[in-house]
Design a protein around this ligand. Structure first.
Ligand SMILES: Nc1nc2c(c(=O)[nH]1)N[C@H]1C(S)=C(S)[C@@H](COP(=O)(O)OP(=O)(O)OC[C@H]3O[C@@H](n4cnc5c(N)ncnc54)[C@H](O)[C@@H]3O)O[C@H]1N2
Ligand code: MOO
Length: 403
């Protein structure tokens, strides 16, 4: 059976960055630039004062008292020439007259009766900001793939780009299936349980940067599954189906996908939980068949869907930080050892490094132990136990992707 690493590679091979969209800066925040952005003009565009004070010629200022001829404010379109042997009051951001070669801050000047003297002679170029000293004309301000943060938004605005082509947020349809499910706000009747996964999966989509599209719950019939799938493919870039993907009598997802002519990328992976995970491509869109058990659903999202969404968004880093921890207690595998096992663990800093213990019982329906976990421990196939002191491969859940 297909292994975890190979399945992940196949997922990423079907998650090429989405076509760019030009978005206003505020909407582009957190998204990856789709192309290199260069400045068409220098920033700042003209010589201007870095301090409130006096614009002078250095040689005049060195001679002592100077008459003050007017005031230059930021935003003035026309700057009169600086007459020889005079100073002019100037405010931060105002254009510096071409004849001036220094600005003396107010704190270093004594102004009295229309004249000014300086505590010390200014250096040539003092407190004058030069055109292009921030960004030269033609300079690259944002490389393709860089994520737009507030600083990039500011720089882009400064070069006259109120919009930018970015990789957009993928719209992700989330379809939960199962006749036993009722809404979170409903008291379950006999045999019913609340639909936890629509909430956990939509939250995971949002946390990954995507736009969740929660669909009305899908009944366990072929017709209902087919209709929901068709609607989801209309509305979304990626479809997540949840439940109904195993071998039960009412598991219709796979059969419907096949009947619709979907290309199966894989179905079933040698892993626990999440063995029945599948990926199909239908009408050019990836459709993930995610197992219904609540922990399997969330872990499969974390292991496969989250990196895929990040890849669609053109992010440079797809994977959580990996560390090696040290097992603090015994863990014994139950069942077939020919599969990767994802354990919910708590990794705690200690002087010897990260000490790792289980976050609780590891059953596929026990979501509370995922609440406590801050890492996933990956146990490779073949290993039947971990004993105290054994090294263990960790993926850190609460830390941003770094590779
Ligand atoms: N004979 C076999 N039986 C099962 C196998 C197998 O290989 N052979 N695999 C098991 C594994 S592993 C899993 S995981 C499940 C996955 O099955 P499905 O994806 O078809 O999921 P369902 O049967 O629909 O549901 C499984 C379980 O999860 C509960 N569930 C489903 N959806 C939700 C939801 N939205 N919120 C909360 N809980 C949900 C559902 O009630 C079931 O208890 O199959 C095993 N069986
Ligand atoms: O693999 Mo299932 O996903 O254990 O619960």
């Amino acid at each position: 059976m297909l292994g975890y690493e190979e399945a992940l590679q196949r997922v990423l091979a079907h998650a090429a960055p989405l076509p760019p969209r030009v978005l206003p800066l505020a909407e582009a925040l957190g998204l990856a630039a789709a192309e290199d952005i260069h400045a068409l003009e220098p920033v700042p565009p003209f010589r201007n004062a870095a301090m409130d004070g006096f614009a002078v010629r250095v040689e005049d200022a060195a001679r002592g008292r100077l008459p003050v001829g007017g005031t230059l404010a930021a935003g003035m379109a026309h700057v009169p020439p600086l007459a020889p042997g005079t100073a002019v009051r100037i405010m931060t951001g105002a254009p510096v007259p071409p004849e001036a070669d220094a600005v003396v801050p107010l704190e270093e000047a004594v102004a009295e009766g229309g004249e000014v003297t300086f505590l010390r002679p200014p250096r040539p170029g003092a407190h004058i900001r030069l055109p292009g000293e921030d960004i030269p004309e033609g300079g690259r301000v944002v490389p393709a793939g860089a994520v737009i943060r507030p600083a990039e938004a500011g720089v882009l605005a400064a070069i006259g780009r109120p919009t930018i082509p970015v990789r957009p947020r993928p719209r992700v349809a989330v379809l939960t299936t199962g006749n036993e499910l009722v809404d979170a706000g409903t008291r379950p009747g006999p045999g019913q349980i609340r639909d936890a996964n629509i909430h956990s999966l939509c939250a995971q989509v949002q946390a990954a940067g995507g736009v969740p599209l929660p669909f009305p719950r899908v009944e366990d019939t072929r017709e209902a599954v087919a209709a929901a799938l068709a609607a989801a493919l209309e509305a979304a870039d990626v479809v997540l189906t949840n439940g109904g993907i195993s071998v039960g009598d009412f598991d219709y997802i796979k059969a419907v996908l096949e009947a619709e002519g979907a290309e199966q990328v894989f179905w079933r992976v040698a892993q626990k939980p999440g063995a029945p995970l599948g990926l199909w491509v239908l009408r050019g869109r990836p459709v993930f068949g995610i197992p219904g058990n609540p922990v399997a659903a969330m872990l499969m999202f974390e292991a496969y869907v989250r990196p895929a969404l990040r890849s669609l968004m053109g992010y440079p880093h797809l994977h959580r930080p990996e560390r090696t921890g040290t097992m603090a207690a015994l863990w014994k595998r139950s069942g077939d050892p020919r599969r990767t096992e994802f354990l919910r663990v708590i990794a705690e800093r200690s002087p010897e490094g990260l000490r790792v213990r289980l976050a609780g019982p590891q059953g596929s329906g026990i979501l509370s132990s995922l609440v406590r976990a801050n890492a996933i421990a990956l146990v490779p196939e073949g290993l039947t136990s971990l004993t105290p002191g054994d090294p263990v491969r960790l993926q850190m859940l609460d830390e941003p992707e770094d590779h």
